[in-house]
Design a protein around this ligand. Structure first.
Ligand SMILES: [Zn+2]
Length: 329
């Protein structure tokens, strides 16, 4: 019986195994790294869709090539491993963060149920489990606490007054976009049309119509904040109910520096967390992969509902200003 771990070691060199099937390794693209190497920057998983994950961005080409070789070699013959406790893990099964085994038959059934290719489903399940496994290292590697975010902002925005906050934020939108601003229930009836206005009108009105907006623009004339009325321009607004303002920055940094999503702004919600405004994923496939990882990191799956209300800068929440704390040049 082949052991998938031996094949991984042949390809990558020594592996510091953290579980039966996942360990830290030397990045196959280490020569391309542009900052110092840590022992926990690169990890390999041999279960599910075998994958090498590295936190550096500059090695992506070499890592992609090594991933192709890893999958080719591990896919060549089926294998089985006996886990401590007696469970058996077979090639194509996914070892869950809690130690359970997700059998490959279940992965295939989920793929059929959701109308997805089996390979893509396996990748999503692998990503989900892997993201939970390297969560701690990711928060460490990409650490970006609030004070550093303020200091790093290309434009100094945090001290601007409410009107200025609001108008500065409006500039993120194309001039022709119809944007919703209101309170959570300012939607659904014809009289709510007044909450859906072109950016130029909001510029005149100021931050007085409510505490919320959406990461998406709407069709002109809309009065319902629903996905059918979205009109194309979208931001992905990353939020978390569980991550504090000194933690969630790591997710923003990971998306921006490692996955190359453009970061437009970071907003202090005047609550306990921060919101990051990013370009939306370019395809449904990328969106689903990102969602699998983000949920494992503690982000709200609602971020992928583009008509979800989010805090607008320039409005006050219990006497505290909702404000921009980081803004792209
Ligand atoms: Zn690397």
């Amino acid at each position: 019986m082949v052991d998938p771990r031996h094949a991984a070691v042949r390809l990558l060199g020594a592996i510091d195994w953290q579980t039966e099937v996942s360990g830290f390794c030397r990045c196959p693209g280490e020569a391309f790294h542009t900052r110092g190497n840590g022992k926990k920057d690169c990890r390999v998983n041999v279960d599910g869709a075998p994958t090498i994950f590295c936190f550096h961005a500059s090695c992506a080409g070499a890592v992609a090539e090594a991933n192709r070789r890893l999958r080719r070699e591990l896919g060549a013959s089926p294998w089985e491993l006996r886990l401590p406790g007696g469970k058996v893990l077979r090639s194509g099964d996914v070892l869950q963060a809690g130690g359970g085994v997700l059998p490959r038959e279940v992965v295939k059934a989920r793929a059929r149920a959701e109308g997805r290719a089996a390979g893509e489903q396996l990748l999503l399940e692998t990503l989900r489990a892997a993201a939970e496994g390297f969560r701690a290292e990711l928060f460490d590697f990409f650490r970006w606490p609030m004070a550093q975010i303020l200091e790093d902002s290309p434009l100094l925005v945090a001290e601007r007054d409410a009107e200025d906050q609001f108008r500065t934020w409006l500039k993120l939108w194309p001039a022709c976009a119809t944007v919703w601003i209101g309170d959570v229930y300012s939607s659904g009836k014809p009289e709510h049309r007044t909450h859906f206005r072109p950016v130029a009108e909001w510029y005149q009105i100021g931050p007085v119509m409510g505490n919320y907006t959406c990461g998406s623009s709407f069709k002109a004339g809309s009065y319902r904040r629903s996905n059918e009325n979205l009109s194309g321009h979208r931001f992905l607004v990353i939020e978390s109910d569980t991550l504090a303002r000194d933690e969630v920055g790591a997710i923003f940094a990971y998306l921006n520096r490692r996955l190359h999503f453009t970061l437009h702004a970071i907003i202090d919600t005047a609550g306990k967390s921060l919101h990051g405004w990013f370009d939306a994923p370019r395809s449904r496939l990328l969106e689903e992969r990102l969602k699998a990882a983000l949920v494992a990191f503690g982000c709200d799956p609602k971020v992928f509902t583009y008509s979800q209300p989010v805090r607008v800068p320039g409005a006050f929440r219990d006497g505290r200003l909702q404000r921009l704390v980081w803004l792209r040049q």
